[in-house]
Design a protein around this ligand. Structure first.
Ligand SMILES: NC(=O)c1ccc[n+]([C@@H]2O[C@H](COP(=O)([O-])OP(=O)(O)OC[C@H]3O[C@@H](n4cnc5c(N)ncnc54)[C@H](O)[C@@H]3O)[C@@H](O)[C@H]2O)c1
Length: 246
């Protein structure tokens, strides 16, 4: 599988390119990143618009503002597109949906297969324990800007999909009893923490805890490659982590 990596100069892009290089089943078709000095002979580009490499798909770990141009490129070149970049505006999401009319497009705020599994287990637990109090705790490094993490919200949304009455209490800080419907979401910011998510289900007689601990950013690159391998066999449309387990 020949892959164009958009955002190849960033933290995730570098990890992904190294993984593609090491894997005999994958080949780096091109590296694209705004800070690169173009070197077309070595398939290095500063802009996706200049990229003329033969490829089977694109994986994007760049910046949300890059997404509309990238989607137009993918649709024009008929290339399946994995969007791992987060923080898309409604307009940028609409650009991804539009591209999905022409090519398969995969999106997830968390490419970790383990987090997708935890989300599936959380749905099972929320259904099996309808009266349980549910609290989510997440921890990330001290440079993280968004609170709570997109993954904590993704997990809460998974629970809400089977318990529609759920409300979110983000960063509980007022006196008073919790309601039965609420999902508490709590954020810790600790040194170099890569990413930890815990979901507690308390029935009154027992507490069940699901926990995911990211140990290296490589897991997101690994998940993006699994998504790409899946995506190149699909028809045009929108895909997400649930589709990998279907
Ligand atoms: N879905 C996931 O599992 C997951 C995991 C980690 C990071 N992310 C997301 O991936 C994105 C990148 O993360 P990062 O930590 O590597 O960030 P980063 O800032 O280290 O890297 C981003 C790279 O994209 C490049 N870039 C910016 N605009 C571009 C454009 N228009 N065209 C091409 N390249 C462009 C930047 O120059 C930079 O090299 C972020 O949105 C982050 O939230 C998602």
């Amino acid at each position: 599988m020949r892959i164009i990596v958009n955002g190849a100069g960033g933290q995730m892009g570098r990890v992904l390119c190294a993984m593609i290089d090491e894997n005999p089943a994958t080949e780096l078709a091109a590296r694209v990143s705004v800070e690169f000095t173009p070197d077309p002979e070595n398939r290095v580009f500063a802009s996706i618009a200049d990229c003329d490499a033969d490829a089977d798909c694109i994986i994007d770990f760049s910046h949300h503002t890059a997404v509309p141009t990238l989607c137009a490129y993918a649709a024009e070149k008929k290339l399946p597109l994995v969007i791992a970049t987060t923080g898309l505006t409604a307009e940028e999401q609409a650009a991804a949906d539009k591209a999905a009319e022409t090519v398969p497009v995969f999106r997830s705020a968390n490419m970790s297969l383990g987090v997708a599994l935890v989300a599936a287990l959380a749905k099972t637990a929320a259904k099996a324990l309808p009266g349980a109090n549910i609290e989510i705790v997440e921890a990330h490094h001290n440079r993280k800007l968004d609170v709570p993490s997109g993954t904590a919200l993704l997990l809460a949304d998974a629970i809400k999909s089977v318990r529609p009455e759920s409300t979110y209490n983000i960063g509980r800080h007022e006196n008073g009893k919790r309601t039965d419907a609420e999902i508490g979401i709590h954020s810790l910011r600790l040194g170099g923490e890569v990413g930890m998510h815990e979901i507690h289900f308390a029935t009154g007689t027992q507490v069940i805890t699901l926990k995911h601990q990211a140990q290296t950013r490589a897991l997101f690159a690994e998940g993006a490659l699994s998504a790409a391998a899946f995506l190149v066999k699909q028809a045009p449309g929108c895909y997400c982590m649930d589709d990998l387990f279907a």
